[in-house]
Design a protein. Structure first.
Length: 248
């Protein structure tokens, strides 16, 4: 396994390429010189975070579709690093749940250790952005139940297909499809708390480390998955994160 940088079309045969990074993708990475056509590379999750911070109810229409109030400050929760999988890996539905939902989201990847970051300075601690599926066992989300149980199962945090470092995230589309049918079609311009506010809020609680991920919340249109489905989260300017669903 290696970190790779992905270059768009323009290689010797016109195809996109993966270039091997010598150590890690933070700062100014150095390269080994080895490269492959992107089509020949199997992509894993682009990062294994020390923590994945989720934000609940951060789009007005999603908060209200589930009958919840719109929060007056970010609703934060954690997903364990063991919930992370990469593109193409299977989401396993746990037998204890009868309602496992997709939640397509824009994810922010932190680029350097930081603590008490002001919103205005937040762009300086961001490595880039990726697509995320905040998979949720909705029926385990009883009013006083910990969010960890409904959000924390193995395979419940698909990330990928890569980290886009050149993106203006202020108004990108977040589109979720199930078996090719569009279920969510949101715009990050509708976020209640923007990325700067989220980083300020989270970094006031805990130190954020390189590779940590903040899931920025899901737009309206959440719904259930079934074994045999293929779910895709596409964020404009990044790419398409596709995962099959299997019975756990
Ligand atoms: Mg979510």
């Amino acid at each position: 396994m290696s970190f790779v940088a992905i270059d768009g079309p323009g290689g010797p045969d016109g195809a996109a390429e993966a270039r091997e990074i010598a150590d890690h993708p933070f700062g100014n990475p150095s390269f080994t010189g080895r490269r492959w056509p992107l089509a020949d590379v199997r992509l894993l999750a682009p990062i294994l975070p020390s923590k994945v911070i989720g934000i609940g109810r951060n789009y007005f229409a999603h908060a209200t579709e589930l009958g919840n109030a719109v929060p007056d400050e970010p609703m934060v929760f954690l997903k364990p690093s063991t919930s992370v999988i990469g593109p193409g890996a299977a989401i396993a539905m746990p037998a204890v749940s009868h309602r496992v939902d997709y939640e397509g989201e824009l994810a922010v990847v932190i680029g350097r250790p930081c603590h008490r970051v002001r919103a205005a300075d937040a762009s300086g601690v961001i490595l880039g952005y990726t697509c995320a599926n905040d998979v949720t066992a909705r029926d385990l989300r009883a009013p006083n139940a910990p969010w960890l149980r409904s959000k924390g199962f193995d395979t419940f945090c698909p990330l990928g297909p890569w980290i886009e470092t050149e993106l203006d995230p202020s108004d990108v589309t977040v589109t979720t499809t199930v078996n090719g049918e569009v279920r969510q079609d949101g715009h990050t311009a509708d976020l209640i708390f923007g990325l700067g506010e989220l980083i300020e809020y989270c970094s006031a609680i805990m130190t954020l480390l390189p590779g940590d991920v903040i899931l920025t919340g899901t737009p309206e249109g959440v719904g259930p998955l079934a074994a045999g489905d293929v779910v895709s989260v596409a964020v404009s300017g990044i790419g398409d994160l596709e995962n099959p669903v299997v019975a756990g």
